[in-house]
Design a protein around this ligand. Structure first.
Ligand code: FAD
Ligand code: EPU
Length: 338
């Protein structure tokens, strides 16, 4: 395994920020993790794990060691009458894996088509879209404990999954490098087309029969119509989480804005749409220099080319403050700030 010095991370983060890493190692297996960690310990470097760089905001150069996860492989580990357990290297592309699953007729992740990034990050924030979250198909993961180099296995309950949350984002933050994730995928699909505009999109596409391919294509079409392609405009998807608030807070907003969207989120709570709040506050399409808010989805902050991570971070703070002062709702960043 080679350790490279003074590497540009511009093509390795979907915001396209022009930052550098003092050291970078490409990780292709467990031994590489141990070797890179030993190097980092010797030089007293902080470790930063990077997959596809599609959920990070770099505000400065990285003084430490970037471990670029490139562990590959897709294997069927188990098969029973109704399902398969498929184990995937953390460095596989997530969308590539979804496409592979569709081609093999493995059901369960078709609604998660076109989410950028790699398999290893899928449990980090329990990725979700169009009514499906990874928690629903997650079987187990393997991860190297960086302080000891031991490989540990985490089952579903160990991960403490929540909405855009897991134990790896909270109390075990920075301690583990996920090497493999195993998913249980079904032989017979249970289609979930009730969320968002999937049904309307299928109709628009003139599709009557439900197949994994057709559902994924509808999701891909909807996503492409509102989310910017990072190859064209730098972004990290939703910058904030949808806030879960007490019903009373929502009721207060509704007094003035009767159409404010919200979804049930457990007893006495609702999940409000952060995109709607930011939009109503007047930020949609905002641009200053090279940073701003996407014109088709107010939840997405963008880099039009020459912005820095600090520009976008400062903008996010202005939006947070403004939404709070207008609606009494505090937004929380979803993107990992580095
Ligand atoms: P990175 O950005 O590289 O890393 C994210 C975090 O995970 C970092 O803290 C990193 O240190 C850590 N990490 C990464 N890999 C590992 C590993 N192997 N072991 C330990 N820690 C690791 N997300 C959704 O949930 N739903 C969506 O619909 C969605 N849509 C998006 C649309 C766009 C256009 C974009 C740009 C992003 C979108 N995202 C969405 C966010 C993003 O795609 C996901 O969070 C994705 O899982 C990030 O994967 P990554 O490999 O790029 O992670
Ligand atoms: N809305 C507006 N204006 C906007 C954006 C949204 O009024 O500018 C309204 C919409 O009309 C709708 C509601 O807000 O009533 C929700 O919008 P949308 O369906 O676009 O979804 P979202 O809540 O903004 C979430 C996820 C996305 C995921 C989609 C589809 C979060 C933080 N975001 O977005 O995930 O793809 O649902 O399931 O939960 C990501 O995490 O990066 C991401 C893109």
């Amino acid at each position: 395994m080679k350790i490279l010095e003074n590497q540009s991370l511009q093509s390795l983060n979907t915001f396209g920020f022009d930052v550098k890493a003092a050291y970078m190692a490409e990780i292709t297996g467990v031994e590489d993790v141990r070797e890179a960690t030993a190097f980092g310990n010797e030089k007293q470097l902080e470790a930063l794990i990077l997959g596809g760089g599609s959920n990070v905001l770099f505000t400065k150069n990285v003084d430490g060691l970037v471990m670029l996860n490139r562990i590959k492989g897709i294997t069927v580990e188990e098969e029973d009458a109704t399902s398969y357990v498929v184990k995937v290297g953390a460095g596989e592309s997530w969308h590539g894996f979804v496409e592979h699953a569709i081609s093999q007729n493995w059901a369960g992740i078709e609604n998660l088509a076109l989410i950028p990034g790699n398999v290893g990050a899928s449990p980090m924030q329990n990725i979700g879209a169009y009514g499906v979250e990874i928690v629903q198909v997650f079987e187990y993961l393997e991860a190297v404990h960086l302080p000891t180099g031991e490989v540990h296995t985490f089952k579903n309950d160990d991960c403490e999954f929540g909405y855009r949350e897991s134990v790896f984002k909270r109390k075990l933050k920075g301690q583990y490098l996920i090497t493999h994730v195993a998913y249980r995928l079904q032989k017979t699909p249970t289609f979930n087309t009730s969320y968002g505009a999937i049904e309307a999109e299928l109709e628009r596409m003139g599709i009557a029969d439900l197949t994994l391919r057709n559902v994924a294509d509808a999701v891909i079409a909807i996503r492409s119509s509102k989310l910017p392609d990072p190859k064209e405009i730098g972004n990290s998807g939703s910058f904030f989480k949808n806030p879960v608030v007490p019903v009373e807070v929502y009721d207060k907003v509704k007094e003035k804005w009767s159409g404010a969207p919200a979804y049930p989120a457990g007893e006495g709570q609702v999940k409000m749409a952060a995109g709607w709040l930011i939009d109503q506050a007047g930020w949609k399409g905002y641009r200053e220099g090279d940073y701003g808010v996407h014109a088709k989805q107010a939840l997405v902050l963008v880099n039009h080319g020459g912005a820095t991570g600090q520009d976008v971070y400062d903008l996010s703070q202005r939006i947070l403050d403004d939404v709070y002062s207008k609606f009494g709702v505090r937004l929380e960043r979803e993107v990992n700030i580095l």
